[in-house]
Write a new protein. Structure first.
Lengths: 179, 131
């Protein structure tokens, strides 16, 4: 008799489990994809600098310290929202590098004059090939790189104070302790 | 009026079909063409997530389409192309998730639940008739 009662509880247990998963599913953002690049070194690339096309941006420029690589474009409306915060970070001395994604160099330079340039160097990825190698599927995206140029974190969307203190600062602190 | 509308329809859909079929992505053999078309249907556009690469007009989808086209043209196999894309964008780019430890529940879960249901049904009705 007792045995049967336990069996009869099973549908209820399964139902509770389902409710739990559905409830969790509600708060997941399907637009945020996990990056398969985490823990991997930057792909090999050589991009002409936006402000000095004679020179190149390569992964070697990003090595040596914890750095951020920000994917942006002048056609990207959300990038404008982000720019104020990036300027603030640059003011604090955070090494920021830009990847100008599928953009017209002329417009990109005009955009920087208008909204400010927080980047130490900007590579111009007009064909979007490097972005494909990085697994970029939208702008803005921000990659956190350790001193060896390994991707440690990827943030999709506008970088703001909340995600900076929650996702970036603890990781940066940890990386600096490690080295 | 009606004839004009018909002509417009023919133009719109007819041209669309022709453009999609071959002129944009000429390939050497019918086999490569079939491979290309089949891959585009199996790959997800990451910007507009419920569209495949064949249907999407997003800029990234176009770039990925070009990439797949180039790889098909170079004679690479389906598994090479899929590995290339999933190592960059993850398994999410595939409409069919690969069978792995993480996806085992997804693939075999329905069978497990069916068995569980049958077992439960059998136990309850068996016990009932016994008592």
């Amino acid at each position: 008799m007792n045995n049967i009662k336990i069996w009869r509880l099973l549908p209820f247990v399964i139902f509770t489990l389902l409710v739990f998963f559905f409830w969790r599913g509600l708060s997941l953002d399907p637009k945020k994809l996990p990056s398969v690049q985490l823990g991997q070194a930057l792909p090999d690339f050589r991009l002409p600098l936006l402000n000095d096309p004679g020179k190149d941006l390569t992964p070697a420029n990003l090595r040596g310290r914890v750095a951020l690589l920000n994917v942006w474009a002048s056609w990207c409306a959300a990038c404008v929202d982000e720019q104020g915060f990036l300027m603030k970070l640059a003011g604090q001395g955070v090494p920021l590098f830009g990847l100008n994604y599928k953009d017209d160099p002329e417009q990109a330079r005009a955009w920087l004059t208008e909204w400010g340039n927080p980047y130490q160097m900007i590579g111009s990825d007009a064909a979007g090939k490097v972005a494909i190698d990085l697994g970029v599927y939208g702008a803005p995206e921000t990659f956190l790189l350790d001193a060896r140029g390994v991707i440690r974190f990827r943030h999709v969307g506008v970088l703001d104070d909340v995600s900076w203190t929650r996702d970036f600062l603890p990781r940066i602190r940890q990386l600096q302790e490690e080295s | 009026m009606r004839a004009r509308l018909l002509l417009l329809l023919v133009l719109v859909f007819g041209l669309g079909q022709a453009a999609e079929a071959n002129s944009m992505y000429p390939l050497d053999s019918a086999k490569q063409d079939a491979q290309f078309q089949h891959l585009l249907k199996a790959l997800r556009c990451l910007v507009c997530q419920n569209q495949d690469l064949a249907d999407s007009n997003a800029g990234l989808a176009k770039d990925l389409r070009d990439q797949v086209y180039q790889m098909v043209k170079d004679g690479e196999s389906d598994s090479d192309i899929i590995r290339y894309l999933s190592s960059r964008y993850g398994d999410f780019i595939l409409f069919d998730p690969p069978v792995k430890a993480v996806t085992a529940l997804l693939w075999y879960g329905p069978a497990v639940f069916l068995l569980l249901g049958l077992l439960l049904f059998w136990r309850i009705s068996f016990k009932r008739s016994a008592s």
